[in-house]
Design a protein around this ligand. Structure first.
Ligand code: HEC
Length: 189
C-alpha cells in the first residue's frame, strides 16, 4: 500500500472522529444538559424528634355505655343488615357463616353450641358484656387478633351503641342497661 493511500485511510478515520465529536456537541446544544434547580419530587418529612409522642397509644374505641340508654333501636336494626349475611339474631336462629346471636349480650365468648370457632376467639375468654362488644365491633381483628370474623368494624360510637342496644333486646330477658355507677366507673379508667 503506498503512502498516499495510507494517508487517505487515516484522513478517513480522522474525519469520522470529527463528525462524531461534532454530533455530540450538536446534541448537547439541542438538548441542554441542566442541573435541576430543586428536586422534582418534594418529600415531606414531618419534623418530629420524638417518635413516641407522634404515635399516640391505642386506647381502644370510645366508650358507648353512656349512649346505650338513649340509643336508636330502629337505626340499630338497620345496621344489623351489615351482619345478617353471616349471623341470625332471632330466637332459635341457626349458626351460619358466623354463630347465632340470640341472647349474645353477657354470653361467654364462643358459646354458641355446634359452632366451630377460631382458636383465637375460643381461647380469648370472658363474656360479651357491653365493653367487649363495643371493642370487638369497632374493629374485630384489632380486638381479637386471629378471629375469622371478616368485618372491618363500625367506626362511629353512635352506630355501635344503636346496634348493641338493639342486640340487647334480642334475648329471652334483656340484661340491664349500664347504671350511672357503671358509666362513671368506666369513665374513671
Ligand atoms: C362476613 C361474615 C360476618 C359478618 C358480616 C359479621 N360477622 Fe360476626 N362473626 C363471623 C364469624 C365467622 C364469627 C366467628 C369468629 C371466630 O370464631 O373467630 C363471628 C363472631 C361474632 C361474635 C362472637 C359470638 C360468640 O358466640 O362468641 C359476635 C358478637 C359477632 N360476630 C357479631 C357481629 C355483628 C354485630 C356483626 C355486624 C355488625 C357481625 N358480627 C358481622 C362472621 C361475620
Amino acid at each position: 500500500m503506498d503512502e498516499l493511500r495510507l494517508n487517505k485511510v487515516f484522513a478517513g478515520f480522522l474525519f469520522a472522529a470529527l463528525l462524531l465529536m461534532a454530533g455530540v456537541k450538536i446534541a448537547d446544544v439541542m438538548v441542554p444538559h441542566q442541573e435541576l434547580a430543586e428536586n422534582a419530587y418534594v418529600i415531606e418529612v414531618a419534623e418530629t424528634t420524638d417518635i413516641a409522642a407522634a404515635a399516640p397509644v391505642d386506647t381502644g374505641p370510645e366508650s358507648i355505655l353512656a349512649l346505650l340508654a338513649s340509643a336508636d333501636l330502629g337505626a340499630g336494626e338497620k345496621l344489623s343488615k351489615k351482619c345478617s349475611a353471616c349471623h341470625v339474631f332471632d330466637a332459635g336462629g341457626q349458626n351460619k357463616v358466623g354463630p347465632a346471636l340470640w341472647n349474645v349480650v353477657n354470653r361467654p365468648l364462643g358459646a354458641s353450641e355446634g359452632y366451630a370457632y377460631s382458636d383465637a376467639l375460643a381461647g380469648f375468654g370472658g363474656a360479651w358484656d357491653y365493653a367487649a362488644l363495643n371493642a370487638f365491633l369497632a374493629k374485630p381483628k384489632g380486638y381479637i387478633s386471629g378471629t375469622k370474623m371478616n368485618f372491618a368494624g363500625l367506626k362511629k360510637p353512635q352506630d355501635r351503641a344503636n346496634l348493641i342496644a338493639w342486640m340487647r333486646a334480642k334475648a329471652d330477658s334483656p340484661v340491664a342497661l349500664p347504671s350511672a355507677d357503671d358509666i362513671a366507673a368506666e369513665g374513671a379508667n
